[in-house]
Design a protein around this ligand. Structure first.
Ligand code: SF4
Length: 186
């Protein structure tokens, strides 16, 4: 099976998934999107109101900021693959519960296996805690290289957190430069 066919099948599975309670409140599942041969994969937390309405990850103001962050290292969102820890919107934009993240994680792992990116950038604590380690703090761990399955992984602030506190911007844009260096093998 080629990548496109496998990806389309995965999206269908996600769109009809009822494995956790988050399916009850969704308008649209937000499986993820992007370049199936991307060298960089972005992983966020879960859909918010705009994402739920459109069925696409990182739209609205946080999406615009993500695009600016990518642009700072000469990447477009079409060149990367973007996904979330949970694919359905948690009510009132709360963080996903542990059981919801655990139930949804296999979809993300299949996306990572399919795209096989060189580098993963985790955005925010939910992505860091569910993909790497529940004990890590985003404020302490961001900007450091971590590893999972032999692949370099960095965590940085979620664009929504940057919108709430622009003082975090310099650190996040510095993290983007580190990602750029890693992609260029420096
Ligand atoms: S959040 Fe994930 S596990 Fe829960 S219903 Fe949606 S797709 Fe299924």
């Amino acid at each position: 099976m080629n990548k496109e066919t496998e990806h389309a099948g995965l999206l269908k599975e996600i769109e009809s998934c009822t494995a956790c309670g988050l399916c009850q409140g969704r308008t649209n599942a937000v499986p993820g999107e992007g370049n199936l041969n991307a060298r960089l994969m972005i992983i966020g937390e879960g859909p918010g109101a705009n994402e739920d309405a459109e069925g696409r990850p990182f739209v609205g103001r946080a999406g615009k900021l993500l695009e600016q962050m990518l642009d700072s290292i000469d990447l477009t969102r079409e060149q990367v693959y973007i996904a979330n820890i949970v694919k359905c919107r948690p009510p009132q934009n709360r963080a996903p519960k542990e059981e919801e993240s655990e139930m949804c994680l296999p979809f993300l792992l299949r996306q990572i296996e399919l795209v096989n990116p060189d580098v993963i950038l985790l955005m925010g604590a939910t992505a860091l805690n569910n993909y790497i380690d529940k004990k890590l703090k985003i404020t302490k761990t961001r900007g450091q290289w971590l590893t999972r399955d032999g692949r370099p992984v960095m965590a940085t602030f979620h664009p929504a957190a940057l919108l709430r506190d622009p003082n975090k911007n310099p650190a996040a844009f510095k993290d983007m430069l580190a990602v750029d260096r890693k992609l260029k093998g420096k």
